[in-house]
Design a binder for this molecule. Sequence first.
Ligand SMILES: C[S@@+](CC[C@H](N)C(=O)[O-])C[C@H]1O[C@@H](n2cnc3c(N)ncnc32)[C@H](O)[C@@H]1O
Length: 211
Amino acid sequence: MAVVRVRQHVNPLSERYQIPIQMPVWEQVYAAPKQPLHIDIGCGKGIFVQQMAQLQPGWNFLGLEIRKPVVEQAQKRQQEAGLTNLHIMYCNVNLSFRALLESWGEANPLQQVSIQFPDPWFKKRHQKRRVLQPQLVDELAEFLPAGGRVVIQSDVEAVALDMAERLSECPQFSRTEHDWLPLSPFPALTERERVTLAQGLPVYRAVFLRR
Ligand SMILES: C[S@@+](CC[C@H](N)C(=O)[O-])C[C@H]1O[C@@H](n2cnc3c(N)ncnc32)[C@H](O)[C@@H]1O
């Protein structure tokens, strides 16, 4: 069997990730396209969104991932599961989030977004590669309806703080709790979350509501 080498981290600012993507026809993607939509940004192998789609059939789930080989594996698994409320696609969120939401037109059903264990990019000069940039905060505020949720999680406190600060600075979002949440608001774990908890390490979580 051919061994596919998958990069651990990719730089979303590099030229090769600046190519616009073709948007799907959403009516052909989901069996019930009017259901509320949950987008998982940086979904990795898509295990979390797949479990969520199984547990919550009244929602549609969309996993967005920048590493193409990882997306292809996730799509294979998705096809095998045969779920009609789940879609996983290649997307550089820092390039295409607006176009993706605009492709829904007036029917935009977005209600919830999760950003879980994003790549930390520790070095100061690399921090502009972190996924939750000011532009993405503005796009989340623009496309989420009042009462819509953004859920953030990380095993790196500095990264969780950075995301929480960016969302707190946006007047359209309010944080539900001042302190980190002890438990995930979701009934499924991400892969990274599972590993972190198995090692007995802390997870830093917060929920923001669109005012
Ligand atoms: C550390 S992994 C966490 C995966 C999963 N959320 C979890 O908790 O197990 C972060 C993921 O975000 C993806 N990612 C990073 N930047 C991205 C971007 N600009 N657009 C889409 N996905 C991105 C990475 O390729 C990687 O799969």
